[in-house]
Design a protein around this ligand. Structure first.
Ligand SMILES: CC(C)(COP(=O)(O)OP(=O)(O)OC[C@H]1O[C@@H](n2cnc3c(N)ncnc32)[C@H](O)[C@@H]1OP(=O)(O)O)[C@@H](O)C(=O)NCCC(=O)NCCS
Length: 163
């Protein structure tokens, strides 16, 4: 994500997060902190169709945001963005990746579970409209010790929760 992407990103933000959209300045501030932040956009046909952001201050990485245009949901764009954030977390030597997700957003929760995230806490009435936040965690170090002949690449979705 570059500064030139911000108008389009912010339009999407207001569309996708009507209750608690970030102000434009928040994205500006995030991009200005490259040493601890990593923001991506997904493009299709020259247009921005998704975006995601990570904060990493060792040993914790936090998924700050992730979003895909409604017309292109279910095609793997969200998974691709999340996989890249997890790869970036590893590059930055994070032990855990954390995120918050609305309790009434089962689609996003399902995406995170497929990648191995587990719910570790609930923050009651965290969101402005009174909805709880679920805190989810992916532990990265648990796969670092995989033995010979096994893969350590857990950036692909697991089978968990697919049924
Ligand atoms: C949550 C969100 C980012 C997911 O993005 P997405 O691009 O739809 O995600 P994916 O396509 O990778 O995966 C979603 C589903 O599509 C399925 N899918 C993935 N690739 C697919 C493909 N090629 N064809 C059909 N379905 C596919 C996945 O199996 C997944 O199903 P699931 O419900 O079992 O997890 C998106 O719905 C969104 O932006 N929502 C609004 C904003 C939001 O809630 N953000 C999260 C805040 S915490």
């Amino acid at each position: 994500m570059a500064a030139a992407d911000l108008p389009a990103v912010h339009d999407l933000e207001r569309q996708l997060f009507p209750v608690d959209a970030w102000p434009l300045q928040m994205f500006v501030d995030e991009l200005a902190q490259a040493e601890t932040r990593s923001y991506l956009v997904a493009e299709a046909g020259g247009a921005i169709v998704g975006y995601a952001g990570l904060m990493c201050i060792e040993p914790i990485a936090d998924v700050q945001t992730i979003a895909v245009v409604p017309e292109l949901e279910g095609r793997g764009i969200g998974s691709a963005l999340l996989a890249e954030l997890i790869r970036e977390s590893r590059r930055r030597h994070a032990a855990d990746v954390l995120l918050e997700v609305r309790a009434d957003n089962p689609r996003a929760q399902q995406l995170y579970r497929r990648f191995g995230f587990e719910q570790i806490h609930t923050r009651p009435r965290y969101y402005r409209d009174g909805v709880d936040a679920l805190i989810m965690r992916l532990q990265l170090h648990t796969t670092d010790s995989a033995g010979p002949g096994t893969t350590t690449d857990d950036t692909q979705p697991t089978e968990t929760g697919r049924e």
